[in-house]
Design a protein around this ligand. Structure first.
Ligand SMILES: *[C@@H]1O[C@H](CO)[C@@H](O)[C@H](O)[C@H]1NC(C)=O
Ligand SMILES: *[C@@H]1O[C@H](CO)[C@@H](O)[C@H](O)[C@H]1NC(C)=O
Ligand SMILES: *[C@@H]1O[C@H](CO)[C@@H](O)[C@H](O)[C@H]1NC(C)=O
Ligand SMILES: *[C@@H]1O[C@H](CO)[C@@H](O)[C@H](O)[C@H]1NC(C)=O
Ligand SMILES: *[C@@H]1O[C@H](CO)[C@@H](O)[C@H](O)[C@H]1NC(C)=O
Ligand SMILES: *[C@@H]1O[C@H](CO)[C@@H](O)[C@H](O)[C@H]1NC(C)=O
Length: 369
């Protein structure tokens, strides 16, 4: 081997490393600039057509994952998943959960003009700063916009207790934290050791807030939340939420694939006939041939006014989405698809979800005629 060959092979090494890095981050360039959003920005698709229940026909995008961890930024270097989305100024704006190698979660921001190719902001927009967010971090964002203000629910996790928190913003970059919003709620947790006993109380634990972005006829806003059953709470300002210590479930387990846990998915969407379509996540116990602890995505129709404590008007018996790809079957957590984003954009529905608590994917469905 000549000296020239040796030198050129050495020179190839960094080129190879760079190629590997660019492969890892190719789906989703980073930018230090963010689209400017103001109170005057428009939301929703220009040709929006409200859905009716059930909204079916979701197919996984062949190019999934559409976003992957980015080794160049510590905060999103290990896992990137659980996205929420909203259409602003004719762009899909996405907030996602990212984790570093010691599993501290932050919330990142990304945007797209076609629903699948996203550019991401190179800094997190929400990071753990409070004791109730340290060291676990800020997890699982869901976002709505009311009167020009964004309301993001997320989970603050101190590695002991998960607490549903709220933050507000007018530009999606600068967020004001309002702290845990259901501090004293007692949820229950499925007892994997003793399925006959089934559920144990879990004090102070709350997660997964799906806000209905319009007030009900009585003037109150509603939110479905929960990490076992779905519960409904109300508010007049979207910041302070009224609840009873032991809330009655709004929706209980019914389908075999949701027997251990139900968690709300994306913010509920108003249907053509004035009810609300709630996409949610369910966890299986093993009943019905579903893998124990498998997360699937389901859908129900709710009418918050007629039934303040449920039950849902209807629900789809089979999951809309189940783990099928390698990234969903083996990941940071195995057998997981977890949906938190649903938007209509340019004539299609885009449903955004986490794959194996590690990657971020999308499924699309046609807009109903
Ligand atoms: C690839 O990414 C790793 C992790 O961020 C970094 O240490 C390394 O320098 C990068 N390599 C190149 C060639 O950019
Ligand atoms: C969009 O992303 C897909 C993969 O998700 C990729 O195949 C395609 O080349 C991307 N298009 C552009 C314009 O970057
Ligand atoms: C992950 O982020 C947290 C919070 O910034 C930090 O304390 C921790 O050291 C980070 N972990 C690694 C492996 O860098
Ligand atoms: C929650 O419980 C604590 C301790 O019992 C109490 O000090 C606090 O006022 C309660 N907060 C609310 C919002 O009910
Ligand atoms: C939004 O504006 C409407 C109309 O002015 C008002 O009734 C409603 O209370 C406002 N909602 C919030 C959360 O500020
Ligand atoms: C709001 O929630 C509180 C606490 O659960 C309940 O007492 C009240 O009746 C609810 N209001 C409405 C309009 O449902």
């Amino acid at each position: 081997m000549s000296l020239k060959d040796i030198l050129s092979s050495l020179l190839l090494l960094p080129a190879l490393a760079a190629a590997v890095n660019s492969t890892v981050s190719s789906s989703g360039d980073s930018s230090s600039k963010v689209p400017r959003i103001t109170k005057q920005s428009t939301d929703g698709d220009r040709h929006y057509v409200a859905p009716y229940f059930p909204l079916l026909g979701f197919e996984q995008y062949a190019g999934n994952p559409i976003l992957s961890p980015n080794p160049k930024h510590n905060w999103e270097s290990a896992y990137l998943y659980n996205p929420t989305a909203i259409v602003i100024d004719d762009m899909v704006m996405m907030l996602y959960r990212a984790q570093n190698k010691t599993k501290t979660s932050s919330v990142g921001l990304a945007w797209s003009s076609n629903g699948v190719n996203f550019t991401r902001y190179d800094k997190p927009v929400l990071e753990p700063t409070e004791p109730y967010e340290t060291p676990g971090g800020c997890e699982d964002p869901r976002v709505v916009r009311v009167n020009g203000t964004f309301y993001m629910t997320y989970t603050g996790y101190d590695d002991t207790t998960a607490r549903l928190c709220l933050a507000t913003s007018t530009d999606m970059v600068h967020w004001t934290k309002h702290g845990p919003i259901l501090p004293n709620v007692t949820d229950v947790v499925y007892d994997w050791q003793n399925p006959l006993n089934t559920y144990k109380p879990r004090a102070g634990w709350s997660k997964s807030g799906s806000i209905l972005d319009e007030p009900q006829p009585d003037g109150t806003y509603r939110m479905l939340f929960g990490d076992s059953f779905l519960y409904q709470v109300n508010s007049t300002d979207l910041v302070h939420w009224n609840y009873d210590q032991y809330v009655l479930p709004y929706a209980s387990h019914l389908n075999p694939w949701e027997m251990a846990i139900m968690e709300s998915g994306p913010p509920a969407i108003k249907t053509r006939d004035g009810k609300w379509l709630q996409v949610y996540n369910g966890v299986a116990t093993g009943l019905g041939g579903f893998t124990p602890s498998q997360y699937s995505t389901g859908q129900m129709l709710i009418d918050p006014v007629r039934f303040p404590h449920g039950p849902p008007v209807a629900r789809v018996e089979t999951p809309l989405l189940q783990p099928t790809s390698v990234d969903e079957i083996t990941g940071q957590v195995d057998h997981v698809v977890f949906t938190e984003g649903l938007v209509q954009f340019h004539g299609k529905w885009f449903m955004y979800f986490g794959q194996g608590d590690e990657f971020l994917g999308v499924a699309t469905a046609p807009v109903q005629p």
